[in-house]
Design a protein around this ligand. Structure first.
Ligand SMILES: [Zn+2]
Length: 232
């Protein structure tokens, strides 16, 4: 039996997984979301291969951040992407929710292997410069594929020096995150929307150009040292 706190975490994990599906950011059994407890010990994630429409509470599987191994005895296996979530939680110390989707525009851009440049202030409110894309995987490590994917993300993040609400997973889709499931979901909505704006803007003009002064200003009023956007 799960304690009250874990039960609550499991319920919230089911809700956020249902939400990304019901709001159209995920189809069939693609995508998954996880929530990590405040002590950063345990997270819950969708079970492997489960169709979110029919998912119930028991399909949200508990994973120990420190002692995870692919435990074959577990009745329900966690998502195949569990190791990616786990490695991201280890790296992103302020993050308690991670969402992975194959949402339309983010996936179009990531499988085009493009790092979208900043064309406007909507983008600048979320990213300093381009939306990052994870490193290319040229030869798959068949025994450790998911760990290899995690590294293709964390290695890229280490080279960035700014607030970053998510990353395009090259040839694949999108990862977003946040302090809470609300933050992570809002980042998913925003990044998918920014990718859509990027795609459509490209139709109108080959090289749109926002000034560095304007894009830097928008980023720093939300995320810079002297940020002043929103309520304190
Ligand atoms: Zn995927």
């Amino acid at each position: 039996m799960l304690g009250m706190r874990k039960k609550d975490l499991q319920i919230r994990t089911l809700k956020i997984n249902k939400k990304i599906y019901s709001e159209g950011y995920s189809i069939l059994n693609f995508g998954n979301a996880s929530i990590l407890d405040q002590k950063r010990e345990t997270f819950f994630i969708k079970a492997s291969g489960s169709d979110i429409e029919t998912c119930v509470l028991k399909n949200m599987v508990e994973v120990n951040l420190k002692k995870f191994s692919s435990d074959k005895k577990k009745q329900i296996k966690p998502s195949v992407d569990t190791i990616i979530h786990l490695e991201l939680y280890k790296y992103l110390k302020n993050v308690n929710c991670i969402i992975h989707t194959h949402s339309e525009y983010s996936t179009i851009i990531s499988q085009s292997n493009i790092e979208p440049e900043c064309f406007g202030t909507t983008h600048a409110d979320y990213f300093y410069g381009k939306i990052p894309i994870s490193d290319k995987i040229r030869i798959v490590d068949k025994k450790n594929y998911e760990f290899q994917v995690a590294q293709s993300i964390t290695k890229k993040l280490k080279r960035l020096n700014n607030y970053c609400p998510g990353i395009l997973l090259r040839d694949h889709g999108l990862f977003t995150w946040g302090k809470t499931e609300k933050d992570a979901f809002n980042n998913l909505v925003a990044i998918e929307y920014i990718c859509k704006l990027y795609f459509k803007t490209k139709y109108l003009i080959k090289k749109p150009k926002i000034s560095k002064s304007l894009s830097n200003f928008h980023f720093s009023r939300k995320h810079g040292k002297n940020k002043y956007y929103g309520q304190t």
